[in-house]
Design a protein around this ligand. Structure first.
Ligand code: NAP
Length: 300
């Protein structure tokens, strides 16, 4: 059983890979950072994405029965646009079909919609539609907000609260998020790889938070109850840019603020994952937010 995972040296792909190895799969990964330290050693073969060489991409998928895709971008930067990410994913889906891969397990997002005004969610919707018509077996797994040791958003809320209890929230903060634990997501994805009918599921944990309540929960866990200030999206963006200037990172983009406020990061049905963010945070209170998690540093 050979499985290909995109991004096994990054965040969620690493947990999918762990789950696959535990279940006896041989794993190959495709990544934009083939030189990054490989925590799996010889157990995982590391190959570059090869989006510019479709024949090599097909070759890198040969022999695999399933591919798990995590590839996507958070925001556009330089030549890395959503349009390019969409093209790359279409190439990957086509390459998987040509290589004879039986099932494409795709990580999407709750609220994915090809008609969304938000490029991230629109691109995810476009790829879902492409995959449905691509002539390959598929499972679409839609996480809401992923949490785990390498998480950015929840960790950095804690990091900020450790420095200042004054915390800016865009708008009324009543929009919701439904976090899913990265290990639960990995398990759902690997289970979704089983041969059978095509599948579309949300990956969302048992707790749903209003955003202000999420910030309060993070602050309460680390002993830094927040003093919440409600900001207009524009002022929030300026504040995020100031923090970005201090940290050398892109903290939150205009579209991410709009996405957060659009109430998209919740499941449409019952929870599908068991781990509670509140319990995980309580277990990790001593380390949550001690170090800043930089998207820019990860992409370097
Ligand atoms: N994190 C969340 O809270 C969240 C919530 C909902 C949905 N999702 C979706 O879940 C999937 C996995 O998310 P993740 O946080 O685990 O992602 P990740 O590990 O940081 O990255 C996943 C893959 O995308 C590639 N990638 C990411 N940003 C890129 C960029 N700017 N340029 C080129 N390649 C890039 C990575 O390349 P390398 O291999 O080179 O690192 C990796 O192969 C994504 O499709 C995301 O949209 C995430």
């Amino acid at each position: 059983m050979i499985a290909v995972v995109t991004g096994a040296l990054s965040y969620s792909g690493k947990y999918i890979t762990r789950e696959l190895i535990a279940r006896g799969y041989t794993v190959r990964t495709l990544t934009g950072h083939p030189g990054r330290p490989n925590p799996f050693g010889a157990a995982v073969e590391v190959l570059p994405f090869n989006f510019e060489r479709p024949e090599a991409l097909v070759e890198s998928l040969s022999g695999a029965s399933v591919i798990f895709n995590t590839y996507w971008i958070r925001f556009e930067r330089g030549a890395m646009t959503f349009g390019r990410a969409i093209n790359n994913l279409k190439l990957l889906i086509d390459a998987a079909r040509r290589a004879g891969v039986a099932r494409f397990v795709h990580t999407s997002i709750t609220g994915a919609d090809a008609r969304s005004p938000l490029p991230y969610f629109r691109g995810k919707g476009v790829i879902e539609e492409y995959l449905r018509g691509a002539g390959i077996g598929y499972a679409i797994v839609r996480p809401a907000l992923i949490f785990g040791p390498e998480d950015v958003l929840i960790n950095n809320i804690a990091w900020l609260l450790r420095r200042s209890r004054l915390f800016g929230v865009p708008g009324d903060g009543a929009y919701r998020v439904q976090p899913v634990f990265v290990e639960d997501l990995a398990r759902l994805e690997v289970e979704a790889a089983a041969p059978g009918a095509n599948l579309e599921i949300d990956a969302a944990g048992p707790e749903s938070y209003r955003f202000t309540d999420l910030v309060r929960a993070v602050g309460g866990t680390i002993g830094r109850p927040p003093l919440i200030v409600h900001l207009s999206p524009q002022t929030m963006l300026l504040t995020a840019r100031l923090v970005g200037w201090m940290t050398g990172d892109i903290v939150l983009t205009r579209d991410e603020i709009r996405g957060l406020m659009s109430d998209l990061l919740v499941a449409s049905g019952a929870p599908t994952a068991p781990t509670r963010l509140s319990e995980w945070m309580a277990r990790n209170a001593a380390t949550l937010g001690l170090a800043y998690a930089s998207e820019t540093a990860r992409r370097a």
